[in-house]
Write a protein of this length. Structure first.
Length: 285
């Protein structure tokens, strides 16, 4: 991908000399914050390379790509919410302005966390002798049962289908997400791209199950985002403050269509995963 913006993203994602070791982030407490978040999300933290240690190369590349995406998205969100801070103060909503500052700070905090993890992962890549040919996931694959798949909220409703979401405009949002993903991955090697969900060729049922699990996490995050913005929307409409309403419509679109995209993915995969779960339960019986 060529152009000024892709070039800027590739420049931005590189580690500067003072970041390469990751020590600067440890000095300011980022390592501690990263470990707390890893515990919350039940994800193993990235450990610093040590002599005799090994990790699957595919796992390192997968975490590296995912971290780059997370960093860019959170940096963009921080800029958007900084605009919301200015909007609140301009409309004389100091309380909401302070709330928007907290949201902005949260997204800004993710940036150094991801850069710290990238420094550790890059150190692993600098020691190819420590990288094995294992799979991209450290944990053994786990296929969920029918009961686990059919949660009342995440189970697709009868009218939900891939075509339904195409009719309400999800395709344009999907194109934006794919463009952003391609932009972030433009500097990655083909080997690294092969670990990204969008590039999986002939994925296994375990990989599809893991992907569908990820749609639930993403949908929950965006659902909480909608709840988080309700105080802003209510206050802006009550005044009314039309600039603030316009900003809320824009942010609302991003969250609502992100949810629609995850539900479209699920509508496409759900029956396949259910059939697999039923076969597993039949064998166990």
């Amino acid at each position: 991908m060529r152009g000024l913006f892709p070039t800027f993203i590739r420049w931005y994602l590189r580690l500067f000399p003072w970041e390469v070791s990751g020590r600067i982030y440890e000095y300011i407490g980022i390592r501690w914050v990263d470990r707390q978040l890893a515990g919350v999300f039940h994800e193993p933290p990235i450990e610093r390379y040590g002599v005799g240690d090994t990790l699957p190369r595919a796992y390192v590349l997968k975490r590296l790509l995912r971290g780059q995406y997370s960093e860019v998205v959170n940096a963009m969100c921080a800029l958007i919410y900084f605009g919301l801070v200015i909007t609140c103060w301009a409309g004389n909503f100091p309380g909401l302005g302070f709330f928007a500052i907290l949201i902005t700070a949260h997204h800004f905090l993710i940036v150094p966390i991801e850069r710290y993890k990238r420094a550790l992962l890059t150190e692993w890549l600098d020691h190819p002798e420590a990288l094995t040919d294992g799979v991209a996931d450290l944990e053994s694959p786990y296929l969920r049962t029918r009961q686990e798949l059919t949660h009342w909220y995440f189970r697709p409703l009868p009218f939900e289908s891939e075509r339904f979401y195409e009719r309400i405009g999800v395709q344009s949002y999907r194109s934006f997400v794919y463009w952003l993903t391609g932009l972030i991955e433009s500097g990655a090697s083909e080997e690294a791209k092969a670990q990204a969900p969008n590039y999986l060729k002939n994925p296994s049922i375990e990989q599809l199950d893991e992907f569908e699990k990820g749609t639930r996490t993403s949908e929950t995050v965006h659902l909480l985002g909608i709840v988080e913005h309700l105080p802003f929307a209510i206050a802006f409409l009550a005044k009314p403050y039309w600039l603030g309403v316009a900003v809320m419509i824009g942010i609302g679109y991003l969250n609502v269509y992100a949810i629609f995209l995850q539900r479209q993915h699920r509508a496409r995969l759900f029956k396949l995963l259910l059939r697999r779960a039923d076969k597993m339960e039949t064998k166990r019986a």
